[in-house]
Design a binder for this molecule. Structure first.
Ligand code: NAP
Length: 257
């Protein structure tokens, strides 16, 4: 590529909307990343395992999408910052932040190992908070450039609204994530930045496989259902905000995963 062509290509990339997707190597994060690529967005996928990231990026790039990857553990605050920096270096800005990386660990509150609590809070709410805080100036800047409305999407959980037995730490971390999205809307809508928490019951992914004995995979919500909610949010007019969507599982009732 000539220098001129390289500059033209990098200008084009800077002009396209771009999103950082945590937990983008598989499951719900990957499904949302694929949807963004289909809509013409450039994406950075982050997760811990480099090989899975490479495979995901290769699959998404097949359709011509610009896909960047950064291996990062969301429990490591330096790695969280580095992931955002790398995205901005690659794409020159940020229009969307998808917070899908998450971990869960089940045990009763009585005697709950506190290191497990710390891990879930680090990945499920500390990293999203840190990323959001640093991303907001970039999202505001994107709003001022035009194009799609800057959007934060956080994959919370129905456990953040209605905790089930043994999921207290996970539920509390997801409750905090729902609250964070509400705070963003209060503080940032005036800058045209919007935030949406999506709280599904069990979705058929690797994360929910531990419960397949009691909740068979074929009875679970599909990743595509969550992706459809994301599409709905992205297609809203500038006059509407959906702060929180709960997705129940057919037959499970409104209060259970
Ligand atoms: N599946 C469900 O039933 C369900 C229901 C409600 C809400 N959710 C939420 O939806 C989100 C996505 O879950 P999923 O079902 O798609 O799970 P998944 O298929 O297990 O995918 C999790 C993704 O997060 C990454 N990840 C996990 N731990 C990480 C860490 N410490 N640092 C960086 N990346 C990490 C994983 O890659 P690596 O392992 O390589 O890091 C992977 O890309 C999570 O926040 C989860 O809590 C899931």
């Amino acid at each position: 590529m000539t220098d001129g062509a390289a500059v033209a290509a990098s200008t084009l990339l800077a002009a396209a909307p771009s999103a950082l997707v945590t937990g983008g190597s598989r499951g719900i994060g990957y499904g949302i990343a694929a949807c963004l690529v289909r809509r013409g967005w450039s994406v950075t996928l982050t997760a811990r395992r480099e090989m899975q990231l490479d495979d995901a990026a290769a699959a998404l790039s097949e359709g011509g999408g610009a896909v960047h990857t950064v291996a990062a553990d969301m429990a490591d605050s330096a790695a969280v910052d580095a992931a955002l920096d790398s995205h901005v270096e690659r794409f020159g800005g940020l229009t969307g932040l998808v917070l899908a990386a998450g971990v869960g660990s089940a045990a009763p509150v009585a005697g709950y190992p506190i290191h497990r609590f710390d891990k879930q809070f680090a990945v499920n709410i500390r990293a999203p908070y840190a990323l959001t805080s640093r991303a907001l100036p970039l999202l505001r800047e994107s709003a001022s450039r035009g194009g799609p409305r800057p959007q934060i999407i956080a994959i919370a959980s129905i456990e953040g609204m209605h905790p089930d037995r043994n999921l207290s730490a996970y539920g509390a971390s997801k409750s905090a994530l729902i609250s964070l999205m509400q705070s963003i809307n209060i503080e940032e809508n005036e800058h045209s930045v919007v935030a949406t928490a999506i709280s599904p019951a069990y979705v058929d992914t690797e994360l929910s496989a531990w419960t397949n004995d009691t909740v068979p995979a074929h009875t679970m919500i599909r990743v595509e259902d969550v992706v459809r909610v994301v599409e709905l949010v992205l297609d809203l007019s500038p006059y509407a905000v959906i702060p929180h969507v709960v997705v129940n599982r057919m037959g499970a009732g409104p209060h259970h995963a």
